[in-house]
Design a protein around this ligand. Structure first.
Ligand code: NAP
Length: 287
C-alpha cells in the first residue's frame, strides 16, 4: 500500500523507518529535505510538497509540532488537501488541539476523506523500537484500514471513539507525565541539596513505590548531565497549554496541571525549551 509521511523530526524519522521495514511503499516530505536522506537510502520516495505526498498515497501520516503547523500542512498552499481524492485517509499523529482536530476532520469529509487523530506515547525510544502507544479517534472503518500501519509503529493501540478523543486521551497522558517529571525533578533536587549520593538514591528508590517511567528513563540522563531532547520542554509545555484549554471548559481546578504548566512555562522563558523534559530540573538550579 502507498503511504505518505510528513514531518521527519525526532519521532517521524524512526516511525517512517518502521513503515518501510514493514514493507509499505513510502513517500515522504519534510520542510528540511536533508532529514529525508536516510529514508531515501532505504527506499522511500521524496515528494516536493504535502500535496504531492497526498496525490501519491492512500494513507497520509502527519507528525508535526502543534495545531498551526498541522493546519498549514493540511490546508495551506500545496497542502495535503489539494492532493486528496475520495477514499483517502489522513492520520495525524502529532499532539494538537482536540477541537481543531474535529474541525479538520469535517473539512476533509468535504472530499470524502477521513481523518484519524492518533497521537502517541513512548518517546523517541518507543518510536525507535516500534513500541509506541497509539491513541486513536475517528471513524471505525478508517481505524481498521490503518491498523496494519499502527502495528508497524506501536504495540498498545486503542480506538477511543470519535475524532478528538485520541487527542483528549493524549492530554490526560501528558498531565500524568508532567506531574511525574516534576516528582522526579524535585526528588532528585532534594537528594542533591541534602548531600546524598544521587546515584545510590536512584538505585534504591526507582525499584520501590516511587518507581516510574521517568525515573527509569530520564533520571539516569540527569545524573549524566545529558539534557539532549527525546521530548522537548517546549512541546511538553504546549501539551500542558492544550490540557489547560480543555480544563477551562470544565470550570474546575486541576492544581497539579496548573502548577506543571507554570513550571514548564518558566523553563521555556529561561531558554530551556529545546532541552529534553528532564531539563525541568534546571529551573531549580537556576533559581
Ligand atoms: N519527541 C517525543 O518524545 C514525542 C512523544 C510523543 C508525542 N510527540 C509529539 O509528536 C509531535 C512531533 O514531535 P517531535 O519530537 O518529532 O518534534 P520535532 O523533532 O521538532 O519534529 C517536528 C517536525 O515538524 C516539522 N515542522 C515544524 N514546523 C513545520 C512547519 N511550519 N511546516 C512543515 N513542517 C514543519 C519539522 O520540520 P523541520 O525538520 O524542517 O524542522 C519536523 O520534521 C509533536 O506534536 C509532539 O508533541 C513527541
Amino acid at each position: 500500500m502507498n503511504v505518505g509521511f510528513i514531518g521527519l523530526g525526532i519521532m517521524g524519522q524512526p516511525m517512517s523507518r518502521h513503515l518501510l521495514q514493514a514493507g509499505f511503499s513510502l513517500t515522504v516530505y519534510n520542510r528540511t529535505a536533508s532529514k529525508a536522506q536516510a529514508l531515501i537510502e532505504m527506499g522511500a520516495k521524496l515528494a516536493n510538497s504535502p500535496a504531492a505526498v497526498a496525490a501519491a498515497s492512500k494513507i497520509i501520516i502527519t507528525m508535526l509540532p502543534d495545531t498551526p503547523e498541522v493546519e498549514a500542512v493540511l490546508f495551506g498552499e500545496n497542502g495535503v488537501y489539494e492532493g486528496l481524492s475520495a477514499g483517502k485517509i489522513v492520520v495525524d499523529m502529532s499532539t494538537i488541539s482536540p477541537e481543531a482536530t474535529a474541525q479538520f476532520a469535517a473539512r476533509l469529509r468535504e472530499k470524502q476523506c477521513e481523518l484519524l487523530d492518533a497521537p502517541v506515547s513512548g518517546g523517541e525510544n518507543g518510536a525507535m523500537a516500534g513500541t509506541l502507544t497509539i491513541m486513536v479517534g475517528g471513524d471505525e472503518q478508517a481505524f481498521q484500514k490503518c491498523l496494519p500501519l499502527f502495528q508497524a509503529m506501536g504495540r498498545n493501540i486503542v480506538h477511543l471513539g470519535a475524532n478528538g478523543n485520541g487527542q483528549r486521551t493524549k492530554l490526560v497522558n501528558q498531565v500524568i507525565c508532567a506531574l511525574n517529571i516534576l516528582a522526579m525533578s524535585e526528588g532528585l533536587h532534594l537528594a542533591e541539596r541534602i548531600g546524598l549520593d544521587a546515584e545510590k538514591v536512584l538505585q534504591v528508590v526507582s525499584s520501590g513505590a516511587a518507581g516510574s517511567w521517568m525515573l527509569s528513563n530520564l533520571a539516569p540522563r540527569i545524573l549524566q548531565n545529558d539534557f539532549q531532547p527525546g521530548f522537548m520542554i517546549k512541546l511538553q509545555q504546549k501539551d500542558l497549554r492544550l490540557a489547560m484549554e480543555l480544563i477551562k471548559t470544565l470550570g474546575e481546578d486541576f492544581p497539579g496541571t496548573a502548577l506543571t504548566y507554570s513550571l514548564f512555562t518558566k523553563a521555556v522563558e529561561a531558554g530551556l525549551g529545546e532541552q529534553g523534559t528532564q531539563g525541568l530540573i534546571n529551573i531549580f538550579k537556576r533559581a
